[in-house]
Design a protein around this ligand. Structure first.
Ligand SMILES: [Zn+2]
Length: 74
């Protein structure tokens, strides 16, 4: 299993197992929280945790469906 480890202070640290329910990122367009399935991110073969971003559902739909609402900020 993979897990994240964080030292809270000199004596206390936590380790949290990474699963398909506790990984999140911010949508690069609107900043909303997006749940990420790492298996999907890994599936394309190139893994770049810092260079990869995942769009939220509504931004993904907006981009896929063209700029209909005109409210996109660049
Ligand atoms: Zn978004």
């Amino acid at each position: 299993m993979f897990y994240v480890k964080e030292q809270l202070n000199d004596t206390v640290g936590i380790s949290i197992e990474i699963n398909d329910e506790n990984v999140f990122c911010r949508c690069p367009h609107c900043g909303s929280e997006v749940q990420v399935d790492l298996a999907e991110v890994f599936a394309d073969g190139k893994v770049d945790l810092f260079g990869t971003s995942v769009l939220c559902d509504s931004c993904g739909k907006k981009l896929a469906g063209g700029k209909q609402c005109g409210c996109e900020q660049t």
